[in-house]
Design a protein around this ligand. Structure first.
Ligand SMILES: [Zn+2]
Length: 193
């Protein structure tokens, strides 16, 4: 069994027993049939670009207190990842946005201490609202140029997705030109001919 696992059934509280299921030894409840398949978390963040500047927040709490990141957080069980990104941006900055495209995925398998963590980053479009950083989680918020980011204590993933958002748009690969007259599924998608 994984080192960090349940000893008792989270449904009926009976002691879990090891059972080989799906090629691995997992906790199995002999009373109600519960199987402890895995532990994972899904997070979502949003990249909002305005006039060539990216929206960043400075974290007021651990982990990463004092670090500048794109706004984001965990998705609830009944919430789509893109909805979580939009919600977190609204809660942390006061800005209302909508997701226009999936921009990046970070897939970090778990180990003894951490759950498997999947983080989805969405490119956002501004809808309404003014910048009002939320005091509990965020100590500052603003829009920054890429060259300013290099001097800030910015998280590596935030730097990477910012570069992606600023450079990916409207740059077809050599030898290709954008197709026209065809509907695309998102504002960030491109179709070449
Ligand atoms: Zn049980």
């Amino acid at each position: 069994m994984p080192p960090e696992t349940y000893k008792f059934c989270p449904r009926c509280a009976a002691p879990l027993l090891p059972a080989v299921l799906g090629g691995r030894t997992r906790g199995h409840c002999p009373r109600c049939g519960f199987v402890h398949w895995s532990e994972c978390t899904i997070g979502a963040g949003g990249v909002l670009i305005r006039d060539g500047r990216v929206l960043l927040v400075r974290r007021a709490i651990e982990p990463g207190k004092g670090r500048w990141t794109i706004p984001g957080g965990f998705a609830e069980e009944n919430e789509k990842a893109e909805e979580a990104a939009v919600r977190e941006v609204r809660e942390e900055t006061g800005l209302v946005t909508e997701a226009v495209s999936l921009l990046a995925v970070r897939d970090r398998p778990g180990d003894r201490a951490l759950k498997h963590d999947v983080y989805l980053v969405f490119l956002l479009a501004y809808t309404s609202g003014a910048l009002h950083p939320q005091a509990e989680e965020v100590s500052a918020a603003g829009f920054f140029l890429p060259e300013e980011l290099a001097e800030m204590n910015a998280a590596p993933l935030s730097l990477a997705v910012t570069r992606l958002a600023l450079t990916a748009a409207d740059r077809p690969a050599p030898g290709f030109k954008p197709a026209s007259g065809i509907n695309l599924f998102s504002a960030a998608a491109r179709l070449y001919c």
